[in-house]
Write a protein that binds this ligand. Structure first.
Ligand SMILES: Cc1ncc(COP(=O)(O)O)c(C=O)c1O
Length: 397
């Protein structure tokens, strides 16, 4: 018998967290590292949210266990926010408060999948999806997209990948890692196709508020209402309100799915920290002006990073329309020596760039897209310019 189970041995460490950890270790050792690795806003959480949490700390009601599926006030706030922001009408009982959007992803797949059930996963994909699917006994069927296609999957591609075992289609728009945003027409066509085929949809809406230029956010069950009975929405406060460390996310779905996932959570982790839930209530129901302010800063950085990346030798970049990631191709920088080291893959190139330029980027291999790399531009404007300038200098040598 092996010490570690086969199921857990098969899981890799989150590559994005690994890159972030390595960059932070170098920083701690005194190196001036520019870190494009972590997918989190650099802003502090807005004051009124922090104040609500501070007040919650002093209220003994929050020192106790509360219902595993979430504080009733937060579940109501989530239902109201969903109607307000995306136009999707749901009952509070159709929401489940989770320890971050990440736990919602795990619980959704654990609730929906039986061993061998297939999930269509457009690539490049967020690193957690395939692991969450595998842990649930499911099979991730990767559907690749390209920079030329704007990293958006088509109905034809999905149909070609569908089998009799396909149960769920996974969608995320705006996307991590590519920043791609589907148009309403594209999403509706995909939703109709999924509905006609009787598929479930897990739609990750965590970047709902981070869309730029002419791009617009659309919620799948609003575009295709008949899909609602087989749709799970994943969301959270992390990206919208600069609250990655507070760990509050949620799942929205049909009542039977939410009840079953709630049963799972009642044995897994019980209620999310009450202080964090109170902070999330303040975030969702309070003044929303910080959301627009942070979005404007990300938009400025987005335009800047694209402009800078366009001048880097060997790099090709598509303009991201959402989230806070650029996902350029580094194919032109492979296969030639840089400071005596020739990289055959972006995995190796990312290491060379970290060692030689002290800039952390996440290689595309982590997202099922070798040849690319992800740069999160949720860092300060000056760092952003410094980081891309260092990469450009290194690759120009
Ligand atoms: C696409 C996507 N979904 C969900 C999450 C989960 O975020 P959290 O668990 O911090 O709420 C992330 C975080 O990186 C993400 O990028």
């Amino acid at each position: 018998m092996s010490r570690i189970s086969r199921r857990i041995s098969a899981i890799a460490e989150s590559p994005t967290l690994a890159v972030d950890a390595k960059a932070k270790a170098l920083q701690a050792a005194g190196e001036q590292v520019v870190n494009f690795g972590a997918g989190e806003p650099d802003f502090p959480t807005p004051d009124h949210i922090v104040e609500a949490a501070a007040a919650a700390c002093r209220d003994p009601r929050n020192h106790r266990y509360t219902p595993a599926s979430g504080l009733p006030e937060l579940r109501e706030a989530i239902a109201a926010k969903t109607a307000r922001d995306s136009g999707y009408q749901v009952q509070p009982s159709q929401t489940l408060v989770t320890n971050g959007g990440k736990q919602a992803v795990y619980e959704a797949f654990a609730t929906l999948l039986d061993p061998g059930d297939e999930v269509l996963v457009p690539a490049p994909y967020w690193v957690t999806y395939p692991e969450a699917i595998a842990l649930a006994g499911g099979v991730a069927v990767v559907v690749p997209t390209t920079i030329e296609a704007g990293f958006r999957v088509t109905v034809d591609q999905l149909e070609a990948a569908r089998t009799s075992r396909t149960k769920v289609l996974l969608m995320v728009s705006p996307s991590n890692p590519t920043g791609a945003v589907y148009s309403g027409e594209e999403l509706e066509a995909i939703g109709r196709w999924a509905d006609e085929r009787g598929l479930w949809v897990l739609t990750d809406e965590i970047y709902e508020h981070l869309v730029y230029g002419n791009a617009r956010f659309h919620s799948l069950p609003v575009l295709v209402p008949s899909l609602a009975d087989r749709t799970v929405v994943v969301h959270g406060v992390a990206k919208t309100y600069a609250m990655t460390g507070w760990r509050v996310g949620w799942m929205i779905g049909p009542p039977d799915v939410i009840k079953a996932a709630g049963n799972l959570q009642s044995h897994l982790s019980s209620n999310v920290a009450n202080v964090s839930q109170r902070a999330a209530i303040a975030a969702l129901t309070g003044d929303q002006s910080s959301v627009a302010r942070m979005r404007a800063a990300f938009d400025r950085r987005r335009r800047r990073i694209v402009e800078l990346l366009r001048d880097v030798p060997g790099v090709a970049v598509a303009e991201p329309e959402g989230a806070f990631y650029a996902f350029p191709s580094f194919a032109g920088a492979l296969g030639r020596p840089i400071r005596g080291r020739t990289s055959a893959t972006t995995l190796e190139l990312a290491e060379v760039i970290l060692d030689e330029a002290k800039v952390a980027i996440v290689p595309g291999e982590a997202f099922g897209a070798p040849g690319y790399a992800r740069l999160a531009y949720a860092l300060g404007d000056d760092d952003l310019v410094e980081g891309v300038t260092r990469i450009a200098k290194l690759l120009a040598e």
